[in-house]
Design a protein around this ligand. Structure first.
Ligand SMILES: [Zn+2]
Length: 214
């Protein structure tokens, strides 16, 4: 994502690019069952690069805000699937953020750890035949985890966040955010109680993807 738009003005300002990597394009109030939030639509420079964030409190005052960077999971977040822990993590995060003076949940449309919804369903089919989540992704020709948090970092900066406390179990996410210029001052484990159906999935996340799950 280091490519900067050449703005046709000759070769003098090479990488500066006038447009920011991500910017807020919509903002509205959002009352939820977890409390009152403000919802933001954030767009990147590339086509289709977008995210939604919900925020409460003043991010510029007091200690670093509590932030969850959540990857979309239609089956979990909406249909309450127990194949994974996404919905449980989403609810846990919103409850934690609601207790804080300020916080943000950034919701990224990178379904199925970045492989897309339909491919995720194909991976589920392979898992029903006995493969684990990592084996299934590899069989479909994808990396174990295709997610990229560079745009997430830019989206957080668009909200004015440079330093945060992160709700996460994923060391790779922390590393990517930090290398994109976001300071993670503290990691807060995101460990809701989960159903027995997701136990095998969680073990694979721990053993094969290095998630910090105790
Ligand atoms: Zn999920």
């Amino acid at each position: 994502m280091k490519r900067a738009k050449q703005s046709g003005g000759g070769r003098k300002a090479p990488a500066k690019g006038r447009a920011k990597p991500a910017r807020v394009v919509a903002r509205a109030e959002l009352p939820t069952s977890f409390g009152r939030f403000t919802v933001f639509g954030i767009a990147g420079r590339k086509a289709g690069e977008e995210a939604v964030a919900i925020q409460r409190g003043n991010l510029r005052r007091g200690k670093a805000p509590l932030v969850r960077v959540h990857s979309q999971c239609l089956t979990g977040d909406v249909f309450t699937s127990e194949r994974c822990d996404c919905r449980a993590q989403l609810e846990f995060s919103l409850r934690q953020i609601a207790k804080e003076p300020a916080g943000v949940l950034l919701y990224l449309p990178q379904e199925g750890r970045g492989i897309g919804l339909i491919n995720k369903l194909k991976a589920y089919e392979l898992q029903d035949a006995g493969l684990d989540t990592v084996q299934a992704n590899r069989k479909l020709g994808f990396a174990a985890d295709s997610r990229d948090y560079e745009f997430a970092a830019e989206a957080l900066k668009a909200l004015g966040i440079r330093k945060l406390r992160l709700l996460s179990n994923n060391p790779d996410k922390i590393e990517q955010l930090e290398s994109a210029g976001i300071q993670v001052s503290e990691r807060i484990p995101c460990r809701p109680r989960t159903s027995r159906h997701s136990k095998f999935y969680l073990r694979t996340k721990k053993d094969k993807l290095g998630h910090l799950l105790g």
